[in-house]
Design a protein around this ligand. Structure first.
Ligand code: ADP
Ligand code: MG
Length: 316
């Protein structure tokens, strides 16, 4: 098994009486793109700040590269690149100067630094904006600058806290592809988000946070296998009788059947060919049906089944 890059044990962080992290345990291994997925307020940023020793915590321990993390652990910090949730760049420096400044905190040699800054500029697609000041950049470009500043010194561990919030789709894709590229080149990544699609797309392992606790962790396949729901099948059907509904409920793997406004919703727990069995039944019973579609479980279903809540704010 790959070496642990981060080991968090029983981490507790309180803000006065609010428990923001409640005995959090996490191990992140070399080479992973590790996703911390959770709704707003679940403790993602607090966890990141504790990992970086930017926050004092109440209990537990955090080890980074095998060593206890302290506010003055500069040797460890040099190996980490951080992209914080709130964009942190200098307004009075241009794009290129900003990246050079952050890189200069780690890389003293000028010729190496010049090359690293160039690589960060092309990596973030900021070639045409190198002389721009931050206030002239769109939200997406500003995010890309924020990332370029965090990764220019080629850190082995990169921590990104919600780097795609409120960016346009083009910048979002560029950011997600960029993160995968950094990982292929050898960096271990910690990625926090409340967007389940992004986490599914790029993360090799995921921890789901809720109210400061890790409620489940694993690969996306493992997470989906933890829950009962395997497949949701929707069918437009007319005049279903309660006997027919019962008949469907008795089919193998079916555990829940709802029928509302001519739409039949059937929840199946795993298994294959569920749709075939259902359609066979419909045909045998001579029930006419229209549109049919099946949905595989999402990480939202995992979150919903474990916590009883939606991952997504209803506002989104
Ligand atoms: P996330 O990053 O997942 O949105 P946070 O770590 O920012 O979550 O917040 C976790 C909880 O701690 C939330 O309830 C939030 O309101 C609270 N919190 C965060 N920072 C502070 C702070 N500086 N003072 C008091 N409460 C805080
Ligand atoms: Mg946050």
């Amino acid at each position: 098994m790959a070496k642990a890059v981060i080991e968090i044990e029983n981490l507790v962080k309180r803000y006065k009486e609010l428990v923001a992290l409640d005995h959090l345990n996490l191990t992140i291994r070399e080479g992973e793109v590790f996703g911390l997925l959770g709704p707003n307020g679940s403790g993602k940023t607090t966890a990141i700040n504790c990992i970086l020793a930017l926050l004092h915590f109440d209990k537990g321990s955090v080890k980074v590269f095998g060593e206890e993390m302290q506010p003055d652990s500069y040797d460890i910090k040099r190996k980490i690149g951080v992209v914080l949730q709130n964009v942190a760049v200098f307004e009075e420096l241009t794009v290129q100067e900003n990246i050079d400044y952050f890189c200069s905190l780690y890389v003293k040699e000028k010729s190496v630094r010049r090359q690293y800054v160039e690589e960060a500029i092309s990596f973030s697609g900021l070639e045409d904006f190198r002389k721009f000041f931050p206030k002239k950049l769109s939200g997406g470009l500003l995010r890309r600058l924020n990332i370029a500043c965090g990764i220019a010194h080629k850190p082995r561990l990169i921590i990104l806290d919600e780097p795609t919030v409120a960016v346009d789709p083009q910048s979002r894709n560029r950011i997600l592809e960029g993160i995968q590229k950094l990982n292929r080149e050898g960096a271990t990544i910690i990625y926090t988000s409340h967007y389940m699609e992004e986490v599914e797309q790029i993360c090799s392992r995921i921890a789901i946070l809720d109210q400061g606790r890790c409620v489940a962790s694993g690969t996306k396949e493992e997470l989906k296998a933890m829950i009962k729901i395997g497949e949701k099948i929707h069918l437009e059907a007319e005049g279903m009788t309660s006997e027919q509904m019962e008949g469907i409920r008795r089919l193998r793997h079916v555990y829940q059947v709802d029928y509302q406004n001519g739409m039949l919703k059937i929840c199946c727990n795993g298994g294959k060919h569920n749709l075939v069995h259902i359609l066979d039944y419909m045909t045998k019973e001579e029930i006419s049906f229209g549109r049919v579609y099946a949905e595989l479980p999402t990480l939202n279903d995992v979150f919903l089944e474990i916590t009883g809540k939606q991952l997504r704010d209803s506002a989104e």
